[in-house]
Design a protein around this ligand. Structure first.
Ligand SMILES: C[S@@+](CC[C@H](N)C(=O)[O-])C[C@H]1O[C@@H](n2cnc3c(N)ncnc32)[C@H](O)[C@@H]1O
Length: 276
């Protein structure tokens, strides 16, 4: 395995990375909303302000984790996918991508990517592959597609289908950074038969979430960009959305009526790259 410090099969200690506790970070706020302990006062303050503006935020975040699990399972069981590139991984939680995929396909290979030092410091919990498969972690920014693709190629075979998972991360990329170009560059690197899975907080579902985003923005290291259904649909240009298309995440192949009725505000979809 690579010895470079950005390509990990072992995680560094927390003390070895700069965790910047004075500013709210999305990975730690998300951890707070999920009931985790890896967050600081600044994250909880920004997280509480957002919850006051949009009281269904915690339910929405939980529904997003359920969407992540359903898409990873669908791709492994329904589409035979054995390779995953999960960018914007987040702090380890229940049902991480490799756990869901390897439950179905123990030989699945997963590359995780995140740019937050606290996620890096906890990466060990993501590097728990079954012996038949493999997991790796790359410390990289989604904007740095060259670094991600070069690093992922050490674990994934880009001549075979790959599932690109961009779950609740594209809102961290402002329009000025060219999010559509970034996604296209990544998708262009994948062979036909690959998949793109996206969830994205909406600008057009509830005023509460728009207020939450405005309240969080000034407290965060990087503000978030909510997008409308049409704006999220553009990420799938040139790809074939699988049923039921781009929908509220709780309506994407829910496992139960309870899941389908979850209070959540997030667009979600999965699409296949067609033959060129
Ligand atoms: C809201 S969390 C989502 C975590 C996980 N994908 C999920 O849906 O449960 C967003 C994650 O994306 C990461 N992130 C934000 N901006 C990023 C960027 N530019 N490059 C890589 N990761 C990023 C954050 O550090 C955080 O861990």
């Amino acid at each position: 395995m690579a010895g470079d410090d950005w390509m990990r099969t072992e995680a560094p200690s927390k003390a070895a990375v700069n965790l910047d506790p004075g500013t709210a970070h999305i990975a730690r706020m998300y951890n707070y909303w999920l009931g985790g302990k890896d967050n600081y006062a600044a994250d909880r303050e920004a997280g509480d302000a957002a919850m006051r503006a949009y009281p269904d935020l915690v339910s929405s975040v939980r529904a997003n984790r359920a969407f992540l699990a359903r898409t990873a399972r669908y791709l492994a069981a329904g589409e035979g996918i054995r390779q995953y590139l999960d960018i914007g991984t987040g702090l380890p939680s229940a049902n991480n991508t490799h756990e869901v995929a390897q439950d179905i396909a123990p030989d699945a290979r997963i590359v995780y990517v995140d740019n937050d030092p606290i996620v890096l410091s906890h990466a060990r919990a993501l590097l728990t592959s079954r012996p038949e498969g493999f997991t790796a972690y790359i410390d990289a920014d989604l904007r740095d597609t060259g670094k991600i693709l070069d690093g992922a190629a050490e674990t994934l075979d880009f001549s075979r289908p790959v599932a690109l998972m961009l779950i609740a991360v594209l809102h961290c990329i402002p329009d000025a950074a060219g999010p559509y170009r970034i996604v296209k560059t990544l998708v262009d690197a994948l062979p036909p038969g690959s998949f793109l899975a996206i969830s994205h907080p909406p600008s057009d579902m509830t005023d509460g979430l728009n207020r939450a985003a405005s309240s969080m923005g000034p407290k965060m290291s990087e503000p978030v960009t909510l997008r409308s259904k049409d704006q999220v649909a553009r990420f799938f240009d040139g790809l074939d959305l699988v049923e039921p298309g781009l929908v509220p995440i709780q309506e994407w192949r829910p496992d139960s009526d309870l899941e389908a009725s979850a209070k959540a505000a997030m667009w979600g979809g999965v699409a296949r790259k067609p033959p060129s």
